[in-house]
Design a protein around this ligand. Structure first.
Ligand SMILES: Cc1cc2nc3c(=O)[nH]c(=O)nc-3n(C[C@H](O)[C@H](O)[C@H](O)COP(=O)(O)OP(=O)(O)OC[C@H]3O[C@@H](n4cnc5c(N)ncnc54)[C@H](O)[C@@H]3O)c2cc1C
Length: 394
């Protein structure tokens, strides 16, 4: 046992595992290899996951979901990520979007958007923060109002008019709902002059540009979106004007998403290394019998298991401890990134040349691991943010 999970949590993890084994494992490699990144999106798999209730896992029970806690979501993500990270990350994105909607939105928004979210099996959402000229600027607290989000939202009677460009946003080209961060006071600092809007993915004036052709997480595509005088009714503004960063805080505080992604892929990689070491004969015996190889396998597993135990601790803190500090979230993300890099280093040693051959599952896992190390902000910025709270007790 990894952690004292409840019967219900273990049942949901088993449901996730069965779905991933049955539906995703046979389809993933082919989707990953599609030349056009648009063709990599696992639309049919998301629809099947919807039928099992996996897409709506984080929707509160009274709105038709399972009301999953941070611990439950993390356990399901970690379970699925050992089989294929892109598809389960699409579902995890749905859990994140649902959490934003049901924690930050008002009753009217929950009823309108939440109902559509639950009823439409193809409904996914996207979070649009990053822009061509402003990535980390939106994560680090700034001291100059000219830095950070440039997309504007200007009031026009009952409406807001949105203009600007976003990029790198996950699932944006397929999203029924865009959670858009826009400057409502360009003269204020970014975290004091930004508001959040819910915008239909096909709203008039919304144009989806390229889907980025990226190294890994190819089943979890990212895109560009352009806004040309997009009119959004004030009833689709989330939270008070200029306080959109409360929504950003809600997304990043309560999460162990990145550690779950990293440790689950690492576990998949470790399993492959372990099997390979038993099968591959060099020096007249299976290489697992060479002390150097056993040592590398042990070190890889130690790093993964320590990162996992810390991840469960983060989940417990988010779910149960009102004094929980986000510094722990940042540690979990940065530490699991470092574990991922070390796992790649050790795996490419244990697997030798076979590790990077396209016929080997490790090749995709290594690409996937590298692709999202900067997710939820680069490690250097996360450490900088952690350092800002060093005087607070954990
Ligand atoms: C798979 C994937 C999924 C993503 N999903 C989303 C999404 O759903 N929504 C979304 O909005 N975005 C998303 N992003 C974008 C992601 O959040 C950004 O890429 C990330 O915030 C980093 O921004 P950047 O790429 O512009 O890097 P940059 O900001 O250009 O950073 C480059 C380097 O400069 C350093 N740096 C920058 N500013 C400072 C500073 N002030 N002080 C010290 N060092 C600094 C950084 O630490 C880094 O080392 C995604 C990206 C990927 C690849």
């Amino acid at each position: 046992m990894q952690y004292p999970f409840t019967e219900e949590q273990l049942a949901l993890a088993q449901l996730t595992k069965d779905f991933m084994e049955r539906e995703v494992r046979p389809a993933a490699a082919e989707l990953d290899r599609k030349a056009d990144p648009r063709d990599c999106y696992p639309a049919a798999l998301i629809r099947k996951a919807s039928a099992l209730g996996l897409r709506t896992l984080a929707v509160p029970e009274e709105y038709g979901g399972s009301g999953a806690s941070t611990m439950t979501k993390t356990l399901c993500l970690w379970t699925g990520g050992q089989i294929e990270i892109g598809t389960i990350k699409c579902l995890s994105q749905c859990w994140k979007v649902a959490s934003v909607l049901f924690k930050m939105a008002n009753e009217d928004q929950k009823n309108r958007w939440g109902k559509a979210f639950v009823e439409d099996p193809d409904f996914v959402g996207a979070i649009l923060m990053t822009e061509p000229d402003h990535g980390s600027d939106n994560i680090l607290r700034q001291t100059d109002p000219k830095t950070g989000i440039r997309m504007t939202a200007v009031r026009d009677g009952e409406y807001w008019v949105l203009n600007g460009a976003k990029r790198f946003n996950s699932l944006s080209s397929w999203a029924r709902m865009l959670i858009v961060f826009a400057r409502t006071d360009p003269g204020a600092l970014v975290h004091k002059g930004t508001s959040v809007f819910l915008v239909p993915g096909d709203a008039k004036g919304v144009m989806h540009g390229q889907v980025h052709d990226k190294l890994g997480y190819r089943l979890y595509p990212n895109g560009e979106t352009f806004f040309d005088n997009v009119r959004v009714h004030d009833r689709d503004r989330v939270g008070p004007v200029n306080e959109g960063f409360a929504t950003q805080a809600a997304i990043f505080r309560g999460t162990a998403e990145l550690p779950a992604c990293n440790t689950s892929i690492c576990r998949g990689l470790w399993s492959q290394c372990h099997q390979h070491a038993k099968d591959r004969v060099q020096g007249g015996k299976p290489i697992i019998e060479h002390p150097t190889v056993r040592h590398m396998l042990a070190e890889m597993l130690m790093n993964i298991e320590v990162a996992e135990q810390y991840m469960w601790r983060v989940c417990w803190g988010v779910d149960n401890d009102p004094s929980y500090t986000t510094r722990m979230t940042r540690y979990g993300k940065v530490f699991s990134d470092q574990v991922a890099m070390k796992a790649i280093y050790l795996a490419t040693d244990i697997l030798g040349g076979m590790g990077v051959m396209k016929e080997s599952p490790s090749e995709k896992m290594i690409r996937d691991l590298i692709t999202f190390l900067h997710g939820d902000g680069t490690d250097s910025l996360n450490m900088l943010r952690a350092a800002m709270t060093m005087d607070q007790p954990v």
